[in-house]
Write a protein that binds this ligand. Structure first.
Ligand code: HEM
Length: 423
């Protein structure tokens, strides 16, 4: 039986209504970046119709500024690799569909253009070299084993909190050499920094401000300690001892810290949860994996495509430009929908199917392309690989026993809760 029908009798109805709406609504009324589409997982028919009928689409009727949607794989590659035309700079509004609110517009290298971007990015790349990842692998495996061995049997628990959040938080604490007992602060700051007003994560703007100020003060203290000590192998120390970042002003320090927290947290966390859900929704694939654990190698990139934990990145046009039949004007917002490009059947065969032994699973767009391509991608793949190796050694089945609660956001595509049971 299809898991979705079992855990959520309304899902089929919801999907049917979304499909009817997507194919009856005039295209000019489309707002594919509406967070509700993502919170209810009803985005798919809207993007399907856009790819087929108007792959470069301009939305003018949203409660946010007008924006272009780029929905086809090759057009997304074109925008992502033309950084001279399509800017990431925070002074133009940043990398998400909504402009960064004033007061939170800290500069960070993901939201910088050249040459500053590359100068600052280089400071943290030693963390992600193959040699360093080999060293980290033993540590990661030990922690994964401990977390998995501590899970309850025959009772329902939240996979997000007990596994995905815990493991990614432990990883972040290691990358920053952050005080271990206080590591959940990192998760909280990551969630607060990306929360939308209606998400329920913070109850007021004041609360958000207070928590972000606490984060800034905490990291400033760690920075002051590390800048005055010998260089060490953590991200704060790497930035504190590099010429490119040593003299960062407090706002840029805060921006880069938030970038690294969010980059390393939401993304891997939501893919860890998404992998359990995807395998439950596709029991034949789960069985294939159990029968042949070596398929973890190709299952990991497939689940990263399937989940696309960052649904989009946004750019701002620095010059007029042509994409397909549409003319983008200087100053326009251009949103690259990775989540849609990953379902483009002109490039990816049978894109709406979750297939763990694809021939070329790594051609997905989930890590972006071009100069901003994810710096932590190998670490993310390593974490997911180890988690699944250890899961398969221990558990015959992780059963999803209720509907996932999805994040209210069209940027972070993920889960707040996923009830599961190990029997
Ligand atoms: C950039 C996705 C894991 C740190 C990005 C971008 C995407 C992305 C889409 C922007 C690419 C572009 O604009 O072209 C993901 C996914 C992950 C993941 C899907 C996991 C499945 C991580 C991890 C870290 C990390 C574990 C490490 C702490 C970063 C940083 C950037 C970035 C620092 C900015 C790179 C730059 O601007 O040069 N990531 N990421 N990410 N990611 Fe990841």
């Amino acid at each position: 039986m299809n898991i979705q029908n079992r855990i959520d009798p309304d899902k089929a109805t919801r999907d049917r209504i979304a499909r009817e709406l997507a194919y009856s609504m005039p295209l000019k009324d489309f707002h594919p970046g509406a967070p509700k589409l993502f919170a209810t997982d009803t985005l798919w028919p809207f993007f399907e119709r856009l790819r087929a009928e108007e792959p470069v689409h301009y939305c003018t009727n949203a409660p946010i500024e007008p924006y272009w949607s780029i929905t086809k794989y090759n057009d997304i590659m074109h925008v992502d690799t033309n950084h001279g035309i399509f800017s990431s700079d925070v002074k133009h509004g940043g990398i998400a569909i909504r402009d960064v609110p004033v007061g939170y517009d800290w500069p960070s290298f993901i939201a910088m253009d050249e040459p500053n971007h590359s100068r600052q990015r280089k400071t943290v790349t030693p963390m992600f070299t193959p040699e360093h990842l080999d060293e980290l692998a033993t540590l990661i495996r030990g922690r994964v084993c401990k977390v998995l061995d501590g899970l309850p049997r025959n009772e329902t628990f939240d996979w997000v909190d007990r596994v995905s959040v815990e493991l990614t938080t432990q990883m972040l604490a290691t990358l920053f050499d952050f005080p271990w007992d206080e590591r959940r602060k990192l998760t909280r700051w990551s969630d607060v920094s990306t929360a939308l007003p209606k998400s329920g994560i913070v109850s007021s703007e004041d609360e958000r401000r207070r928590e972000m100020d606490e984060c800034a003060a905490y990291f400033q203290k760690l920075w002051n300690e590390r800048v005055n000590s010998d260089p060490r192998n953590d991200l704060i120390s790497m930035m504190a001892h590099s010429d490119a970042t040593r003299f960062m002003d407090p706002d840029t320090l805060m921006g880069n810290i938030i970038l690294l927290i969010v980059g390393g947290n939401d993304t891997t966390r939501n893919t860890m949860t998404g992998s359990v859900l995807a395998l439950n929704e596709n029991p034949d694939q789960y069985q294939k994996l159990r029968d042949n654990p070596a398929l973890i190698e190709t299952m990991v990139p497939e689940v990263i495509r399937w989940q696309t934990p960052l649904a989009h990145m946004r750019r701002t046009a620095l010059h007029d430009a042509q994409i397909g039949s549409k003319t983008i004007r200087k100053g326009d917002r251009v949103v690259m929908w990775y989540v849609s490009g990953n379902r483009d059947d002109e490039v990816i065969e049978r894109p709406n199917e979750f297939i763990i032994d694809r021939k070329r699973p790594k051609i997905h767009l989930s890590f972006g392309f071009g100069i901003h391509r994810c710096v932590g991608m190998r670490l993310a793949e390593l974490q997911l690989k180890i988690v699944w190796e250890e899961i398969l050694k221990r558990f015959e089945n992780i059963e999803v026993v209720g509907e996932p609660k999805r994040v209210y956001s069209s940027f972070v595509k993920g889960y707040e809760h996923l009830p599961v049971r190990i029997s």
